[in-house]
Design a protein around this ligand. Structure first.
Ligand SMILES: Cc1cc2nc3c(=O)[nH]c(=O)nc-3n(C[C@H](O)[C@H](O)[C@H](O)COP(=O)(O)OP(=O)(O)OC[C@H]3O[C@@H](n4cnc5c(N)ncnc54)[C@H](O)[C@@H]3O)c2cc1C
Length: 379
C-alpha cells in the first residue's frame, strides 16, 4: 500500500469535515449531490478508472484502504463509492470502446453518477432470478422492468441494468430519462442517507453500443466480477465501521468513571476491548490481502472476496454491538455516531450477498477443493 493514499484521503475527510456532515446527512436522510461532487472533486470516484479516462487507476490495496477510511466517516457516502466502482469496473472490462470513452471520464470526475441495478422484487439474494427485459431492436436496446433498492438511484444519471435478452442474461447502461421512473424506497435504518430508489424502466431505450458484455455473460461474467469487487469494497467499509466503533469504545472506556474506577479498569471490559480490537485488525488485514488477490485475478479471487466480506461484516456487527453496550445509555441515543455505525453494520450483513449466501459460497469452495484432491465427498 502506498503511504500517500491514506494520508490524502484522511486530509480530504478532515478538510471537508465529512464525519461531521455525516450526522446531518443521516438526519436528513440524504447525501446531497453537491457533497457527492465535492468527493468527486478530490478524485475519489475515479480511483478504479484508468488514467487515459481521467481516473487515478490505483492498486486495489489502496482503493480498499480509501474505502475503509470513507466508511468510518460515513457508511452512506461509502455506499456510493462501492456502486460507482462496480459500474466503472463493468464498463472498463466489458463495454465497447465507444461506451468506455464516452462514460468513464464522466464517471471518474463525477459529472455522471451511475447506479448498479441488479436487485428485483423476486430476485434479491438470488441474482440470477431476473425478469427485466433488455430487447434488441436493430440498433436500439429497449429495457422493461423494475429494479429495487438502488443505492443513490434517486440522483443517478445512468443505470447499469441486468436483464434478459432472448432468454439470456445480459447487461446494458441506460440513461435516466423520460421512460425511467424513479421513486424513493422507504428509508433504511442503516445507510439512511444512501438515497435508495425503486426504478421502473418502461421501455427505456439506449443505443446498441451500450450493451455491456455479450448476452449470456451478464450474470456469470459481468455481475460476478462486479460483485467480487463490490464484496471487497463492502468488506473494506465494514472494517472501517468496526475501527470507528472500536475507537469510540476505547475512548469511552478510558474516560468514563463510575464510582472510583474508569470502565477500562474492569477486567471484563478489557476482555471485550481486546476481542473487538482483534476482530477489527483481522478483518482489516484480511481485506488487504484479499485486495491483492483480486488485483492479481487469481482463480480463488471471487471466493476470497466473499470470505473477506463475510469476515469483515461480522466483525463490524460484533464490534458495534460491543461498543453499543460499553457506551451505555449515551450509545443508544439516535443521533450518536455509534447508532449510525451499528445500523450500517447490520446492512453490511445483507448487501452484496447476505451472510448465509456467502457462507454457502465459502463452504462450496471448501467441499469442491476436497473433491478435487480426492479426500472428501463431491457435491
Ligand atoms: C442499503 C441497501 C443498499 C442496496 N443497494 C443496492 C444496489 O445499489 N443495487 C442493487 O441491485 N441492490 C441493492 N440492494 C439490494 C440488496 O442487494 C438486497 O437487499 C440483497 O441482495 C438481499 O436481497 P433481498 O433483500 O431481496 O433479500 P432475500 O433475497 O429475500 O433474502 C433475505 C434473507 O434470506 C436469507 N437467504 C436468502 N437466500 C438464501 C440462501 N440461498 N441460503 C440461505 N439463506 C438465504 C438471508 O438471510 C437473506 O438476508 C441494497 C439493499 C440495501 C438494504
Amino acid at each position: 500500500m502506498s503511504t500517500t493514499v491514506p494520508v490524502a484521503v484522511l486530509d480530504v475527510l478532515r478538510g471537508e469535515q465529512f464525519a461531521d456532515r455525516a450526522t446531518t446527512w443521516e438526519r436528513a436522510g440524504a447525501v446531497p449531490r453537491e457533497d457527492v461532487e465535492c468527493l468527486a472533486g478530490h478524485g475519489l470516484l475515479g480511483m478504479t478508472v484508468g488514467t487515459a479516462h481521467h481516473g487515478s487507476d490505483l492498486p486495489l490495496v489502496d482503493v480498499t484502504e480509501a474505502h475503509r477510511l470513507v466508511a468510518a466517516a460515513s457508511p452512506s457516502l461509502h455506499s456510493l463509492l462501492v456502486v460507482h466502482a462496480m459500474v466503472c469496473h463493468a464498463l472498463r472490462r466489458w463495454a465497447v470502446r465507444e461506451t468506455r470513452d464516452a462514460f468513464l471520464p464522466e464517471l471518474a470526475t463525477g459529472r455522471v453518477l451511475a447506479a448498479f441495478a441488479l436487485t428485483e422484487t423476486t430476485g434479491g439474494a438470488d441474482a440470477g432470478a431476473l425478469t427485466t427485459r433488455i430487447d434488441r431492436e436493430g440498433d436500439t436496446l429497449r429495457v422493461t422492468g423494475v429494479k429495487r433498492w438502488l443505492s443513490f438511484g434517486q440522483i443517478a444519471d445512468a443505470y447499469l441494468v441486468f436483464g434478459l435478452t432472448d432468454g439470456l442474461d445480459s447487461c446494458a447502461l441506460v440513461d435516466a430519462g423520460s421512460a425511467v421512473r424513479v421513486e424513493p424506497e422507504p428509508r433504511t435504518a442503516g445507510l439512511r442517507a444512501a438515497r435508495l430508489a425503486r426504478v421502473t424502466f418502461d421501455g427505456a431505450t439506449a443505443p446498441a453500443a451500450r450493451v455491456v458484455g455479450r448476452p449470456g455473460t451478464g450474470i456469470p461474467f459481468v455481475a460476478t466480477s462486479c460483485l467480487t469487487l463490490g464484496r471487497l469494497c463492502v468488506a473494506a467499509g465494514a472494517a472501517g465501521i468496526a475501527q470507528a466503533a472500536l475507537d469510540l469504545a476505547v475512548g469511552h472506556a478510558a474516560t468514563r468513571s463510575t464510582g472510583d474506577r474508569v470502565l477500562g479498569d474492569h477486567q471484563l471490559v478489557r476482555g471485550l476491548l481486546a476481542d473487538a480490537a482483534l476482530a477489527t485488525e483481522s478483518a482489516t488485514h484480511y481485506v488487504r490481502s484479499a485486495a491483492q488477490e483480486v488485483e492479481n485475478r487469481t482463480p480463488t479471487a471471487a471466493v476470497t472476496a466473499a470470505r473477506a466480506k463475510l469476515l469483515a461484516s461480522r466483525a463490524a456487527s460484533s464490534v458495534t454491538a460491543t461498543a453499543s453496550r460499553l457506551l451505555g445509555a449515551e450509545g443508544q441515543t439516535e443521533n450518536h455516531p455509534l447508532a449510525r455505525l451499528a445500523a450500517a453494520a447490520r446492512v453490511h450483513e445483507v448487501i452484496e450477498g447476505p451472510t448465509e449466501v456467502l457462507q454457502d459460497v465459502v463452504a462450496t469452495a471448501l467441499l469442491r477443493d476436497q473433491g478435487a484432491t480426492g479426500k472428501g465427498k463431491q457435491r
